[in-house]
Design a protein around this ligand. Structure first.
Ligand code: ATP
Ligand code: MG
Length: 439
């Protein structure tokens, strides 16, 4: 329970970490920290049993203690209450010195105090997570994830789990981690793409999955991880990719609304202000995007990837033009798309692929898929892939496959953009990157 001034004189038992100890002779203050925040335990030599008073002297910061005492309303203590202890038990003593303190400070060789860098923070993530601002990110991640589950559930999606150990390169790409699987070599899935498509041939109609993606990204960037969480959805009986985009934008808008509605205290801790999104979001074709970039003097040739800088510039332009933080880039050149992406019926040079951009960065991609068996076979072959690797996937198209499409949304990336974190690692409890597989 939250301890407040209205509980004056009540007897309570609290447990938590020793945030700080202040000793001013006959008075000692112990700042006790738990999930609810920090509360002051005030000990004066005359009101507190001697052994309690003594025990406090030898306490180290971040030790876990249990305090039994009486609440006293106080207009000088933080939060307007203090605890006058009757009993204090040391449950777990913290070693000294701490590798970094809870305010995120470290002491270097010369003894000077400075901010711990992200690497140091991640090395000691458990301690880092004790910092209320850092913890706020994960309370918000929980809120976002809950909103996502709620959204899909309300819309009759079936939550599924598909395998993460796969026999062949699902998306025909590089970037897969090989795994020794008994006598064979298999791979960690980079997305549930092929499996969620196969499920469209079963009658489930709408499925979603929250699942790890493994991507052997070679380079360390602030927006890439090697293990991330994807939110995947697949919908059958669509008439175009527009239906998929509608689901995705409504999902994003629902996530933002819920975060504002229930995440207020955490957003405040992070100093983040969120504004609701107006749906439908603006759509910008890839062609138009290239033109806008060229007008800005940033030269991208039709058919080239939009790099980080291009996305940033476009995000700014779209904000100025439409006032929207999020928008879609649509109709990418067919030459850029994966084998399973359907081309547009009115112009085969462009495909149904779309990216959802939020705050100047891609947070999701999707498209309408090829559901015609012969087209799919040809696309696999012309992509230079081995058709035999795909026989299990192709079988799903042989006995009645409805038109379908879907999207993959990066949860870590979304949190990064939503909360304006400078680095995706901040949004992940224990991030995996090129150099880090511990903790
Ligand atoms: P990017 O171009 O940003 O590297 P992508 O287009 O290769 O991403 P997709 O295959 O479209 O990625 O994956 C769907 C979503 O998953 C992306 O929009 C992004 O939010 C997230 N995502 C993909 N790869 C990574 C990664 N390595 N680290 C973090 N998030 C990722
Ligand atoms: Mg993408």
């Amino acid at each position: 329970v939250e301890i407040t001034g209205t509980m004056d004189k009540e007897l309570v038992t609290l447990a938590g970490w020793v945030h700080e100890l202040r000793d001013i002779g006959r008075l000692k203050f112990l700042l006790l920290r738990d999930r609810k925040g920090i509360i002051q335990v005030t000990m004066s030599k005359k009101d507190v049993p001697e052994e309690v008073f003594k025990a406090v002297t030898t306490l180290s910061r971040e030790s876990v203690v249990q305090v039994e005492g009486r609440v006293r309303a106080s207009n000088i203590a933080p939060r307007g209450v203090e605890i006058i202890p009757i009993n204090l038990r040391v449950i777990s003593r913290a070693k000294t010195p701490l590798p970094m303190d809870i305010a995120g400070k470290v002491r270097d060789h010369s003894g000077a105090v400075r901010d711990a860098g992200l690497d140091t923070r991640l090395d000691h993530r458990v301690i880092d997570l004790r910092k209320p601002q850092v913890a706020s990110i994960f309370y918000l991640r929980h809120i976002v994830l809950r909103a996502i589950h709620h959204f899909f559930d309300e819309r009759n999606y079936v939550e599924v789990q598909t395998p993460n150990l796969i026999s062949a390169a699902s998306e025909g790409g590089t970037g897969l981690f090989p795994v020794q699987y008994f006598e064979k070599k298999v791979f960690l899935a980079q997305s549930p793409q092929l499996y969620k498509q196969m499920l469209m041939a079963t009658g489930f109609d709408r499925v979603y999955e929250v699942t790890p993606y493994f991507r052997a990204e070679e380079h360390n960037t602030v927006r890439h991880l090697n293990e991330l969480t994807g939110v995947d959805a697949e919908i059958a009986y669509i008439s175009s990719e527009e239906e998929v985009m509608t689901e995705l934008e409504e999902l994003l808008s629902c996530v933002v609304d819920t975060t504002i509605e229930v995440g207020g205290e955490y957003l405040e801790k992070l100093g983040v202000e969120l504004t609701p999104l107006k749906t439908p979001l603006p759509r910008l074709t890839y062609k138009k995007a290239v033109e806008l970039l060229q007008e800005e003097g940033y030269n991208i040739i039709f058919g080239e990837d939009l790099d980080t800088k291009a996305e940033k510039i476009l995000g700014r332009i779209m904000m100025e033009k439409t006032g929207c933080k999020a928008y879609f880039i649509t109709r990418f050149p067919s030459s850029m798309s994966k084998f399973y992406t359907q081309v547009c019926t009115d112009d085969p040079d462009v495909s149904t692929h779309f990216d959802l951009e939020y705050g100047g960065m891609e947070v999701a991609s999707g498209n309408q898929r090829v559901h015609d068996m012969e087209t799919l076979k040809n696309r696999i072959i012309s992509s230079g892939l081995n058709i035999d690797d795909f026989s299990y996937y192709l079988e799903a198209f042989e006995f009645g496959m409805p038109p379908h499409g879907g999207f993959g949304l990066g949860l870590d990336r979304l949190l990064m953009q939503l909360l304006k974190l400078g680095n995706i690692r901040e949004a992940t409890l224990f991030p995996r990157d090129r150099d880090r597989v511990t903790p």
